[in-house]
Design a protein around this ligand. Structure first.
Ligand code: NA7
Length: 537
């Protein structure tokens, strides 16, 4: 690790912020183009999201054979995943392997936080100020992740708690022993749903503070079948190409039915379609019919199927009712679990409804809701993230005329293709708001963006341009298109983090773009038309 130290700014062609999957591949591409690049990373090692999210049970909800890089055929052939869904430790081992295999660490400054980035209009360069000094670069590429800025609600008395406070997205590296402890977990999103069964198995008592019930589909995780792996590896490129055609960029091998709507078949057929997908497990559940995210009536058939499953799995009918979500299925990110609902049959687990009686205060000895007080030794915040814009806007980014990105995005993020924002030349965002990102398998989305950015920079070299930024009209059109696309579905109908609705005061704007194949096609058309919508100078 090299410290920046005092003295004149170091000069690079590009500064990359973040050493997760996006930052690492970006560095690899930039190096391959003969450019000088420096990566700044807050953590003391690589991995990004998978470096921070070490809570018990943390696992990816996309199949491991798909949630991996495809830019190197050797890499995808030599790496051996062990399970259908990889655990966080396995993914972290993979990221470390990639960093070593491509000798990436020597261009990364760890434990370095980027605080300020200012565009110098005269020099047409960015000055990047970090916690350890400053650098100057032609390009700044934000690889800051979509779910990387942890959200801890500002409950009254939070600081007074005498026990241990944890956040799933900032889990201690040495792990946590819950044995004999009274534990409270706030939140029932993906992180809570994965960790609750494991915490419950250890703790003396676990109180689950639920504001909104969530739909979860069983993972049916299992060791990978050697024959399946061999078949995929025999034509990995073909497998990736099939996945690229999927709406979410993954799941080509999972059962799906794009030909029928849920109401095109009778109740018995519908039931057996849902049952087959429930038995298959995972996010493919919503592929049962083609209208589950566009028709409320169709959606309700799959939602009520899952509610019936919850009633089967949970012994106490009152608990089952409280665990049954009322909103549209799929409008919040679906969860994938291993034994979540059954955990509520344990005598040491209590479900607390904090919708009916919200959390009023954290006290020295625990937590108080409008209805009761809970004595706790440990509080786990599984309260999610300031998604998609949080990590970006933590950095004070100033573009042309000193304009701050925080100001420009006060009413919601505005980008062209989720890649750039007008008035901030040579600033790129990998899987930024306005791109498919969190509605897809992140890995192919990251690679597609990194490749686009690398080729755009290369294009600039060929035509002798020093700056690139989107035209206002292109940005306006794209923002409208992103909203219209989401508005044609049921996705904006509940308070999800896709809409920023989980963060008090955040503008309610649907941030990701729905549809990976259409998005890739659009990007390709932009390039074919001479980077139409981008302005070079
Ligand atoms: P999520 O999915 O955002 O879940 C956060 C949970 O925390 C959710 O149940 C929230 O309830 C709850 N929450 C947040 N603030 C509060 C307050 N103030 N009071 C009570 N409960 C609260 O985050 P995860 O980390 O689980 O998952 C993030 C993504 O990571 C996931 O989608 C996967 O893509 C991987 P709410 O629903 O807002 O009522």
């Amino acid at each position: 690790m090299s410290a920046l130290g005092a003295g004149p700014d170091r000069e690079y062609d590009a500064v990359v912020v973040g050493a997760g999957f996006a930052g690492l591949y970006m560095l690899h591409r930039l190096r391959g183009m003969g450019l000088t690049a420096r990566v700044y990373e807050v953590g003391d090692d690589v991995g990004g999201t998978w470096y921070w999210n070490r809570y018990p049970g943390a696992r990816c909800d996309v199949d491991s054979l798909e949630y991996s890089y495809q830019f190197s055929e050797e890499l995808q052939q030599e790496w051996e995943w062990t399970e259908r869904y990889a655990t966080q430790p396995e993914i972290l081992r993979y990221v470390n392997h990639v960093a070593d295999r491509f000798d990436l660490r020597r261009d990364i400054d760890f434990e370095t936080r980027v605080e300020l980035a200012t565009f110098d209009e005269e020099a047409k360069r960015w000055r990047v100020t970090t916690s350890r000094g400053a650098a100057s670069a032609r390009f700044v590429i934000m690889a800051t992740g979509c779910l990387s800025s942890a959200n801890t609600p500002d409950f009254a008395g939070r600081e007074s708690f005498a026990g241990e406070t944890l956040h799933t997205g900032q889990w201690p590296h040495q792990g946590v022993d819950f044995t004999g402890k009274r534990v409270g977990i706030i939140g029932t999103g993906s992180s809570a749903i994965q960790s609750i069964p494991l915490i419950a198995a250890e703790a003396k008592h676990l109180f689950v503070f639920q504001r909104t019930a969530n739909y979860s589909i069983p993972a049916h995780n299992q060791p990978l079948d050697a024959e399946v792996v061999a078949a995929i590896k025999a034509d990995y490129a073909g497998f990736r190409a099939q996945n690229r055609l999927m709406q979410a960029g993954f799941g080509a091998r999972a059962p799906r039915n794009m030909e029928q709507g849920a109401l095109d078949v009778d109740a018995e057929q519908r039931q057996s379609m849902y049952e087959a997908r429930w038995q298959h497990g995972g996010l493919a559940f919503l592929g049962a019919f083609n209208d589950l995210l566009s028709s409320r009536e169709a959606n309700e058939t799959s939602a009520s199927f899952v509610r019936a499953k919850i009633r089967e799995l949970v012994d106490d009918p009152e608990v089952a009712e409280l665990l049954s979500p009322k909103n549209v299925i799929g409008c919040k990110r679906m969860c994938v679990d291993s034994g979540y609902y059954r955990t509520f049959n344990r005598s040491n687990v209590s479900l607390v409804d904090v919708r009916a009686s919200p959390i009023e205060e954290i006290t020295a000895s625990g937590l108080r809701t409008g209805a009761a007080e809970y004595a706790l030794d440990c509080i786990v915040f599984a309260t999610g993230f300031d998604a998609m814009t949080g990590a970006l806007l933590k950095i004070d980014i100033r573009g042309r005329c000193g304009r701050r990105l925080r100001e420009k995005w006060a009413e919601g993020p505005r980008t062209f293709l989720g890649l750039q924002t007008a008035g901030f030349p040579n600033l790129f965002t990998i899987t930024g708001p306005g791109s498919p990102s969190v509605l897809t398998n992140m890995l192919p989305s990251i690679e597609q963006h990194v490749d686009f950015i690398a080729e755009c920079i290369d294009h600039m070299r060929t035509r002798g341009a020093t700056v690139v930024e989107p035209a206002e009209w292109a940005e306006d059109e794209w923002v409208s298109h992103v909203n219209e696309t989401a508005g044609a579905t049921l996705l904006p109908t509940c308070n999800s983090w896709y809409l920023g609705a989980n963060i008090p005061g955040k503008a309610r704007v649907f941030m990701p773009y729905l549809g990976f194949p259409a998005y890739v096609e659009k990007c390709e058309a932009v390039v074919e038309n001479g980077y139409e919508g981008f302005e070079f100078g």
